[in-house]
Design a protein around this ligand. Sequence first.
Ligand SMILES: Nc1ncnc2c1ncn2[C@@H]1O[C@H](COP(=O)(O)OP(=O)(O)OP(=O)(O)O)[C@@H](O)[C@H]1O
Ligand SMILES: [Mg+2]
Length: 260
Amino acid sequence: MLTVKNFKKKYHQHEVLKGIDMTIEKGDVVALLGPSGSGKTTFLRGLAFLTPGDSGNIIFDDQKIDIQSATANDIKQLRQKMGFVFQNFNLFANKTALQNVEEGLVIGHKIPKAEAKQIAQEALKKVGLLEFSDHFPSQLSGGQAQRVGIARAAALNPEIILLDEPTSALDPELVADVLQVIKQLADEGKTMIVVTHEMAFARDVADKVVFMDRGLVVEQNEPAEFFDHPKSPRLKEFLSRISAASVANNSFEYEKSSVN
Ligand SMILES: Nc1ncnc2c1ncn2[C@@H]1O[C@H](COP(=O)(O)OP(=O)(O)OP(=O)(O)O)[C@@H](O)[C@H]1O
Ligand SMILES: [Mg+2]
């Protein structure tokens, strides 16, 4: 469904992405891991042209984009297929939860207001927040705000949802509900790329785990093989820093979540 070839990005002289290749099949959940500064956010934002890359190709179904010569129309068409969930939610502070979800439907997808409201309510219901429809972001917990962020992305019914550390700004007790909502989307067959440090979640939910380091994909595999038999020294070192105990303790914690 989505193929990325030789994606490169420099900031001044600093080559942050040195040629990323990635293939994502429809319905796949890809967990993207890597140390801080390895380029995960730059890559994800580059895919959606939020911060455009310098060169490379993005092939999305029958749409082929050469990053260097992408037109505004190419980018618009590509973005229509993508939803984005940010680490810090990026909700409009002056809009209610419902209005935040409605916005993209009405403005971006030109859906009539009444219909947009229905879709938005359904999306909020799915993340367990229908009764919070009229709350402003300041009246929501971080976990609730992020679930609105996910509802906003999912309501547009994009081909793929890109999530950049959706739980890392949250207090630990709020993480489980958000992971549960993402798992629910995965169970529905939604294609996603999730940048995450939640190893138990990656192991359980992802179809493929990709490890990036210093601007390159170093290793990728299905989760059991990835975590149990890492091959490259850099991945071994990365995983060894996450103690077996903490993985065991956190395992499946999000399944205790209250969202259904
Ligand atoms: N706007 C920018 N200007 C200059 N350098 C940048 C900019 N954005 C990111 N970088 C640099 O690019 C590199 C990759 O950053 P990026 O945010 O993609 O890493 P990351 O893997 O998402 O890290 P983290 O896990 O901390 O979120 C870093 O060295 C960072 O300092
Ligand atoms: Mg990042």
